[in-house]
Ligand binder design. Sequence first.
Ligand SMILES: *[C@@H]1O[C@H](CO)[C@@H](O)[C@H](O)[C@H]1NC(C)=O
Ligand SMILES: *[C@@H]1O[C@H](CO)[C@@H](O)[C@H](O)[C@H]1NC(C)=O
Length: 512
Amino acid sequence: MQATPTAARASSVAIAAVSVYLGGWGIYYAIQDTARRAAIRSRRRKYPLQPRPAGLVPTRARSASVASTASTSEEHVEGSEELPNARVVERASPKSADVHQHMRWYGAASAIEHQSIRSRFAPLTILGRYLNPFAEWREVGAWEFLYWKVIYTPLRYPSRLVWDGGLAKDLESEEGRKKVNNVLPVKRLDRQKLWGHEEGWEVVSSDASLPPPCAKATGTTFTWIGQSTCLVQMNGVNILTDPVFSPQPIKSIFSPTRMRPPPCQIEDLIEERGRIDIVLISHNHFDHIDVSVIPKLSPETCWVVPSGVRDLLERHGVLPEQITELEWWEQSMADVEVPARNTSGTVSHVDRKVTVNAVPAMHWTGRDLLGVNRSLWNSYVVRVGGGSQDEPGLREASFFFCCDSGYSPLMFSSIGRALGPIDVAAVPIGSYMPLWHMSIQHCSPSDAVQMALDVGARQAFGTHWGTWSMSDEAWDEPPKDLGKALDEQGLSRKYFRTLPFGETVDVIIHGK
Ligand SMILES: *[C@@H]1O[C@H](CO)[C@@H](O)[C@H](O)[C@H]1NC(C)=O
Ligand SMILES: *[C@@H]1O[C@H](CO)[C@@H](O)[C@H](O)[C@H]1NC(C)=O
C-alpha cells in the first residue's frame, strides 16, 4: 500500500508546480502589460501626433473610374483639397507638374515633429523583452493561442484543426487545379528583365577580378519569391528580404509545407550578379529567416537586421562586420559598387548610396520559448540613389518593406510623415483569420491597404500569403479580400497588386 500515498504526493506536487508556473506567468504578464500601458499613456501626453489627413491618398492610387467622375485624367487625385496646407491639385490641368504636390504631406515632418514621432514610437523594453508601445495592441498571451487552436477553431470549423487552407481539396479536381494555377502561378525568372540577358548566358567565372556577366545599373524591379521573400533591384543594387526558399521553414510534422514550389533557389539569384548586396530581415520567426540560406550567401553581403538577431547570424557563419543591427528610427548608410555596362559593352562600376531606415511594426518575435521578444521586429524604408558620378538617367528610388504587423493608424502614418512617400511597398496580406486573434499581429488585406496609403506608397505588392497556411483563412482568400478592400475605397486594383511567384515587374519611379 506504498504506491497510493506516493502517487497522491506526486500529483499534488505536479499540480502545485503547474499552478506556480501559470501563476508566475500571470503575474509576469500583468506587470509587463501595466508598465506597457503606463508608457503608452505618458508618451501620448508628451508627444502628441496627427494621423494622415482624411482623404489623402498617394498619386495614382485612385481608380480611374472614380477619378473620371471629377476629371478625365487618371492622374487626378481626389481628396487632396482636404489637406490643410497642401496646394489644391488643379482640376483643369491635372497633367501638370503640380499633380505631385499633394504628396508633400508625406515626408514633410519638421525637426520637432520628427523628434516627437521617434519618441512616441521608440522601442520599449520591459524586463529585458521588447513590447509593442501602440494603443492598438492588447496582451496576447499563450492562452489566447491555445483558446484559438483547442476550442475556437475545433468547435467552429472542425475540418480546420490541421488546415492547409483547403488547398489539397482543390488539387483533387481538374477544375480546382486550374484555379490553383490561376491564382498562384509559379513563373520562371525573367533573366532579361532582371539582369539584362537571356537564359543560357554563360557565367564565365566567379573570379572577382573579371567583369560580372550582367550589368543593369538603373531602374527598379520587384519580384515576389514567396511569403515575405522579395528581390528588389534598385539602381543596380540587389536587395533580398526575409530569405526563405525551403519547402518547410521548420522541419517538423507540425509545420506546414509550401503550397507551391518556389520559383527559384537562392543560387539562381546569386550566380548572375555574383552576390546579393543587402539582405533585410524583418524579424526572427521561422517563415522569415531560413538558416539554411545563410551560408549560401556571399561573405560580402550586408545584413541589416533588428536588434537581437546578430547572434543567430553569427552562429551560421556571417562575419560580424557584415551585420548591422538596427532599432526603430535608426539609420544605416552604405556605398555599394554596382557593375554598369556602357553602350559599347564595356563593364565598369558605378557607386550607389544606400540608406536603410528601420521603422516600427506591431508584432513580436521568438524562435523558442525562452527567446520570446528578446529581439526586435522592424519594417524598413530603403532609398537608393547615385554616388558621386553624374548620371543623368538616374532617379533615387525608395522601398518600404513591411514587417508582419497589426494595423495602427498613427504609427503607420507617422512612418509616412517622417520618411514617405515611397515608390514601392511590399505589404503582408495573409494570416489574418480569425480576425479577433490574428489581425492584431498580421494585418488583414483591408488593413494592408490602409498601411500602404499611410506610408505614402505609390505602388504596393501583397506578400505573406499563398505560401504556408498558418491561420484559418482559405488559401485564395487574401487576394479576394484585397480586391474588395480596394473597391470599397475607390482605389485602383493596379495600385495594390498580388503577383505570380517569380514574376518580375518594372516599377515606374515617378517624378520627385
Ligand atoms: C511578447 O511581446 C508581445 C507584444 O508586445 C506581448 O504581447 C507578449 O506578452 C510578449 N511575450 C513575452 C513572453 O514577453
Ligand atoms: C565605355 O567604357 C570604356 C572603359 O571605361 C571606354 O573606354 C569607352 O569609351 C566607353 N564607351 C562609351 C560609348 O562610353
